[in-house]
Structures are given as structure tokens and as C-alpha cells.
Design a protein around this ligand. Structure first.
Ligand code: NAD
Length: 501
């Protein structure tokens, strides 16, 4: 009982410190913590009318925000970065309470928000267009970038704040207001972020209505999908969700940016530094209890070293402490729900039926209170069967053997998803070949599949949806490109030498 009061109190305190309030006891959406399954708050959900009002206000804000110079828009994001820094501990606390991440990973997620704000502030002075030589004398040919419109953001439970910030920090400097539909499992972190971004906007004298939070289930998300006022819909979640969202947005000629499921693989070659590989593999496969889109799910190991590597990973797994993420020394927190555990068990049953052998893990771990805790599973598979080709959002690492490098790459690419990938090798030729042949949006050498930095473009190919967010030139998705030709001569030459009259 104490724990129950404690978690709810902790959530309310962190929320208030960020300038938000938990909603009353009559609010319909019940927020539970995966740590012990207890109710930590209740929040209101948006009616269709409220979603419509948010979109109307955001569209109105766009008219004013687009006129403000990008470096001035950047000041709101700089202020947001300052507020996120001040409230880093509060936000991390909420991430642990709602998503179950261990405090270090939760703080890392908030740091990612701060980092992307810094990046976006710099970007606000670098929204560069190109100039090209015109084929006509006395003409200038160039590209200019313009604000796009309202950006809708749909986010998943497992990165409840970072993904929002990747979109929002960039969208704001690009001149776009944001309407955010967070996961129904993590509305408190969203309330806190919404309060902070509104404060940043007010502190910098930005127009009203730049940011709106619309809480609710998939039906609220669907309202964003179908509304033509949403110029870009950035949707992060399962491939199942993306299959719905992508075609629906395309049908109204809207833009979508899809960040969907991954089924990430790593190849370990005979020349690999196994000490380094073991450490990287354990973090990538068992960290966040296997609930990252970039979690390592398939390990493709040269048969000459497979037994040794599997033994060493099994030893490392046996030392991982599974439990309440707030407890000292815990590295693996809870699964988000009982349903996640059921899908993990179902996948392990199918793997066994396919001839797989569970080396370790996959068992329920009893942790005081309640919550769904499980030991990360390590499974040797005779082949990449159907279950291995699917994303099970839980800590299962399938190990597959290979004899020949080309075979390893072909197994690696032989899944429908294409998010993150890595190779462990000290052979430069293998490393380079892998970087060229991996069909994923992210390909790494001698680091794991998870834990990307914000400076690069983040996203994946195939069933992962093809979107790119965060660093590099991802900002281009949030702007409209115009090609401009300026004639500063007194003649009117036509392109391609066409004569007309
Ligand atoms: P989910 O698909 O169940 O939900 C994600 C979000 O989509 C939620 O806000 C949900 O309400 C909304 N949604 C669901 N159906 C919708 C619909 N028909 N229309 C509009 N909105 C809808 O995913 P989840 O369980 O919250 O998250 C886990 C999944 O997300 C995994 O597959 C993981 O790989 C993926 N993910 C991908 C990335 C990435 O960047 N590629 C990042 C994080 C998570």
C-alpha cells in the first residue's frame, strides 16, 4: 500500500514541479505504473471537438509563427532546452514511473531532449537552400525552404518524451506548430513536456497556440491522420499502426513520417573483440527490458565462436539484476504490460517448436508489489524461422550461426524490418562491406544497435517506414521546398532553347 501511495505521490510531485497538474479522480484515463501496476493518476482525454479546436488554434498560430524569422523561433527552443535541463530529474522520474525505465536510461532520454534542442537552435540559423547555375543568361536559380504547416506527432510508450522532442524542437524552428498525441500509456510525461514548452513559448513572447496536447487512445490519433490541417504526420509506433496511418495520410496527399517497428540484427565475425561485443550485446538486447525499437533481437555469429560467445552472454545475463527500476543496481525493469509478457511467452513457445533452445531466461521474476518482470531470454535457433522474423517487443535475443560472410549478411537482411544493425569485427573489409550491404537505416561497427545520438538522422527502411527524424538534414521533412527562378535581365529566354513567337 505504501508503495502505491509513494508512486502516485512521486508522479504528482514531479508533474507539479514541471508546472502541470494531475487531473481529478473523475478523469477517464487511468494511468498505471508498470513498476507495480498501481494507479498513479487519472487524466482527461480529448473529445473530437477538443481535437478540432486544437487543430484550429494550431493552424491559426501557424499564420503568425511562419512570419517570425527562424533564428528568433530558435529562441523558444533554446528556452525549452533550459527548462528541460532544470527539470531533467523530474522528467526522468516520470519516465521511470510511466515507462519503467531504470533512472540512468530515463535521464539519458531526457538528455536526448536537451541535446536535440541545442541542435535545433543551431539549425535555426542554418536552414540552407542551394543555388544552381541557371542555363539562361541573367537568371538565378535557387531553392528556398518555407514553413510547412501544423505537424501532428503520434508517439509510442517506450520513448515517451525523446521522440516528441525530436519532432517538436525541429518543427518549431522550421516554423511549424505541433499537435501531440502521446501514447495512452504515458500521458503524464506528456503533460509535463506540454507545460514546459508552453512556458518556453510564453517566456519568449511567441504567439499563442504553438503546442497542443491531445490525450486519448488511437481514435484521437486517427483524427490527426484524417485532418487536412495536419500538413505532416510524424507517427512512431508499431508497423501495424503505420500500415493504417501511412495509406490514410497519403490518400489525402498529406505527408507522413513513419518510425515503426524494428527487428535489429548484429553480426559477430571471428575477428571480433569478444569482450567488447559481449558488453555491447547485453546492453542492446536486455537494456530497457528489450523495449526499444532498436533493441538487438538477432545475433548472427560465426559458428567457430558461437559456443564461446553464447556462454559469455549467458554468464552476463545471469548477473543482470531484474527488478524495481528505482532499486539500486537494477538494470532490467518491468515490461509495460501483462500482454507484453504473453506475447513473449507465445514467441518462446513458437521458437521451441521451431527447434530453438532457450539457453537462459524467459522466466517470470517475482518482484515485491506486482508488475510484470521477466529475465531476458537467450535462444539458440537452428534457422531464421517466422517467429525470428517478427518483432516481439520483449527481451528475446535469438542466436543464429553462419559459416560464410555473404550468408551472414543475407540472414541479416532477411527480415521485413530495417531499422538498426551492427557488425562486430576487426576486419576492415568486412566492416565496409557490411556498411554498404546492410539494408537498415542505421548501420554500426563495433557498437550495438541501440543508443543512437541525435546528430544523425534516425529511422529505418522497409517495414520500419522509411522516415528520418532528429539530426542531419531530417529538418527538410518539416519544411516546404520551393524552386525559384529570378530573371534579372531585360530578355525572356526560354529554357531548353525553346522559341515561342
Ligand atoms: P503502438 O503502435 O501500439 O502505439 C503507438 C502510438 O500510435 C500510440 O500513441 C497509439 O495510441 C497510436 N495509434 C495506434 N493505432 C493508431 C491508429 N490506428 N491511428 C492513429 N494512432 C494510432 O506502439 P507502442 O506499443 O506504443 O510502441 C511500441 C512499438 O513502437 C514497437 O513496434 C516499436 O518498435 C515501435 N517504436 C518505433 C520507434 C522508431 O523510431 N522506429 C521508436 C519507438 C517505438
Amino acid at each position: 500500500m505504501n508503495a502505491v501511495i509513494d508512486l502516485a505521490d512521486r508522479a504528482a510531485t514531479a508533474l507539479r514541479r514541471c508546472g502541470a497538474e494531475p487531473h481529478g479522480d473523475d478523469a477517464p484515463l487511468v494511468v498505471t505504473s508498470p513498476i507495480d501496476g498501481s494507479v498513479i493518476a487519472r487524466v482527461h482525454t480529448c473529445s473530437p471537438g477538443e481535437v478540432d479546436a486544437a487543430l484550429t488554434a494550431a493552424a491559426r498560430a501557424f499564420d503568425r509563427w511562419r512570419e517570425i524569422p527562424a533564428p528568433v523561433r530558435g529562441r523558444v527552443v533554446r528556452r525549452l532546452g533550459e527548462l528541460l535541463t532544470q527539470h531533467k530529474a523530474d522528467l526522468a522520474e516520470l519516465v521511470t514511473l510511466e515507462a519503467g525505465k531504470i533512472p540512468s536510461e530515463a535521464a539519458g532520454e531526457v538528455q536526448e531532449m536537451i541535446d536535440v534542442c541545442e541542435f535545433a537552435v543551431g539549425l535555426s540559423r542554418q536552414l540552407y537552400g542551394r543555388t544552381m547555375p541557371s542555363e539562361r543568361p541573367g537568371h538565378r536559380l535557387m531553392e528556398t525552404w518555407h514553413p510547412l504547416g501544423v505537424v501532428g506527432v503520434i508517439s509510442a510508450f517506450n520513448f515517451p518524451v525523446a521522440v516528441w522532442s525530436w519532432n517538436t524542437a525541429i518543427a518549431l524552428v522550421c516554423g511549424d506548430p505541433v499537435v501531440w498525441k502521446p501514447s495512452e500509456l504515458t500521458p503524464l510525461t506528456a503533460l509535463a513536456c506540454d507545460a514546459l514548452v508552453r512556458r518556453a513559448a510564453a517566456d519568449e513572447g511567441a504567439p499563442d497556440g504553438l503546442h497542443h496536447l491531445v490525450l486519448g487512445d488511437h481514435s484521437v490519433g486517427e483524427a490527426l491522420v484524417d485532418d487536412p490541417r495536419v500538413a505532416l504526420l510524424s507517427a512512431t509506433g508499431s508497423t501495424r499502426m503505420g500500415r493504417f496511418v501511412g495509406p490514410r495520410v497519403a490518400a489525402r496527399f498529406g505527408r507522413s513520417l513513419l518510425e515503426l517497428g524494428g527487428n535489429n540484427g548484429a553480426i559477430v565475425t571471428p575477428s571480433a573483440d569478444l569482450d567488447l561485443a559481449v558488453r555491447a550485446v547485453v546492453f542492446a538486447a536486455a537494456g530497457t527490458a528489450g523495449q526499444r525499437c532498436t533493441t538487438l533481437r538477432r545475433l548472427i555469429v560465426h559458428r567457430s565462436i558461437a559456443d564461446e560467445l553464447v556462454d559469455r552472454i549467458a554468464v552476463a545475463y545471469s548477473r543482470l539484476r531484474v527488478g524495481n527500476p528505482f532499486d539500486e543496481g537494477v538494470l532490467v525493469g518491468p515490461l509495460i504490460s501483462e500482454r507484453s509478457y504473453e506475447s513473449m511467452c507465445a514467441a518462446l513457445d513458437r521458437a521451441r517448436a521451431d527447434g530453438g533452445r532457450i539457453v537462459t531466461g524467459g522466466e517470470r521474476v517475482d518482484v515485491a508489489g506486482a508488475g510484470v518482470y521477466v529475465s531476458p531470454a537467450l535462444v539458440r535457433m537452428p534457422a531464421q524461422t517466422e517467429v525470428v522474423r517478427e518483432e516481439t517487443f520483449a527481451p528475446i535475443l535469438y542466436v543464429l550461426g553462419y559459416d560464410d560472410f555473404d550468408e551472414a549478411v543475407s540472414v541479416h537482411n532477411g527480415v521485413p524490418q530495417g531499422l538498426s544493425s551492427s557488425i562486430f569485427t576487426r576486419d576492415q573489409q568486412e566492416a565496409e562491406l557490411f556498411l554498404a550491404r546492410s539494408d537498415c537505416g542505421i548501420a554500426n561497427v563495433n557498437i550495438g544497435t541501440s543508443g543512437a545520438e541525435i546528430g544523425g538522422a534516425f529511422g529505418g527502411e522497409k517495414n520500419t517506414g522509411g522516415g528520418r527524424e532528429s539530426g542531419s538534414d531530417s529538418w527538410k521533412s518539416y519544411m516546404r521546398r520551393a524552386t525559384n527562378t529570378v530573371n534579372f535581365s531585360a530578355e525572356l529566354p526560354l529554357a531548353q532553347g525553346v522559341e515561342f513567337g
